[in-house]
Design a protein around this ligand. Structure first.
Ligand code: BYC
Length: 316
């Protein structure tokens, strides 16, 4: 019976029919999606922290408004994604419990510090740029609620990418000190950004099954390569240098070759030992604990309203 259901399920996937919350799905498909979508949601929420750190220090009102809007958008992305994940049968509180206890992962990139204003440029340009590369194909992912959430997320991400690139452009055309600041941000964010795509394909335990189920449409290495290829030209316009001496156009492959990623650093960051992991998690746990009174007040208000409506119905 189970085998037959799995066959029908795979046929639907092969025919590009979206899987919806009430459809039958293999338990492993549900768990894989729950893992990926909840981690994605956590990344959006934790991702607010490094940039939120600069809202009060943005150099002028226009920059402040744009950065504020971007950080707010990330909160919205987290909320759509938690809602999409909830359709797979886990409550938001349970997902947050997994984040706070350190059981659930979130993107490695958000465990690096934001040291200067140029980091706001580099994050928008590179981190949101990498996110777009990964997330545009997710608009066609096989699970309906995730695919639909990603459509809006991607539209907003492209505003974020332009916002970051424009900061980099302004700095790189500015004074020597501003250009140096932009280069320094690129030096620090380049490698962590290309790590965002995850381990190499031959070291990515989830990829084969996720590709078969069309959760993922491209492998980690394919997306990383696409990102490097488009980013080189953008860097040239900025007049900056990507910090990789092995970066070179390979005419035979029709792609840029690039140097070896420090996978030891990546796995250390993913394991909780990056420069800011503890600080990021503490900020989220503190926010959850300090917000307890808001959740209690909202529940008490909802109960009171429900009782009032019930009384009115009974009295009528
Ligand atoms: N960081 O088998 P693999 C944003 C884990 S938010 C940490 O290739 P998979 C933004 C992976 O989870 C950006 N962990 O896994 C927000 C797995 O461990 P588990 C977030 C990573 O799932 C605010 C193990 O390594 N984007 O853009 O097939 C401001 C083996 O990997 C990472 C998403 O979440 C990493 N970088 O592929 C600005 C996109 N990479 O779970 C911007 C959706 C891998 O088995 N997610 N791991 O214990 C995906 O597309 C996929 O989950 C990944 C990984 C490509 C990330």
């Amino acid at each position: 019976m189970e085998i037959k259901l799995e066959e029908i399920f795979q046929e639907k996937i092969d025919q590009e029919i979206k899987i919806e919350p009430r459809d039958w799905m293999p338990e492993k498909y549900r768990k894989t999606l729950l893992r990926q979508i909840s981690q994605h949601a956590h990344s959006e929420i934790v991702g607010m922290l490094p940039e939120g750190n600069w809202i009060t220090r943005a150099p002028n009102l226009r920059r402040k408004v744009a950065l504020l809007a971007k950080v707010q958008d990330e909160a919205g992305h987290g909320l759509y994604l938690y809602s999409a994940a909830e359709t797979l049968g886990m409550s938001r509180d349970e997902m947050l419990e997994e984040l706070h206890s350190g059981k659930a992962k979130y993107s490695s990139i958000f465990n690096y510090p934001t040291l200067t204003w140029a980091d706001m440029g580099a994050i928008g340009w590179l981190v949101d740029g990498a996110a777009i590369m990964n997330q545009v194909p997710l608009c066609r992912t096989s699970y309906g609620p995730y695919a639909r959430a990603m459509v809006r997320v991607c539209k907003e991400e492209s505003f974020h990418q332009r916002q970051g690139y424009e900061i980099m452009l302004t700095l790189s055309k500015g004074t020597e000190a501003q250009k140096a600041m932009a280069q320094d941000a690129l030096n620090r964010w380049w490698w962590p950004s290309i790590m965002m795509f995850g381990p190499n394909d031959d070291n990515s335990p989830n990829s084969a099954q996720s590709m078969k189920w069309k959760i993922k449409r491209f492998s980690n290495d394919e997306l990383r390569q696409k990102f490097v290829d488009v980013t080189v030209a953008q860097t040239e316009i900025l007049g900056l240098t990507i910090p990789d001496k092995d970066l070179k156009w390979n005419a035979e492959r029709g792609h840029y070759d690039f140097g070896t990623i420090n996978w030891d650093e990546f796995f250390q960051v993913v394991a909780g030992n990056g420069p800011c992991n503890k600080q990021r998690l503490k900020a989220r746990v503190d926010a959850w604990e300090n917000g307890a009174w808001v959740r209690e007040a909202a529940s008490a208000y909802a109960e009171k309203r429900e009782a009032k409506v019930k009384n009115q119905i009974e009295a009528a």
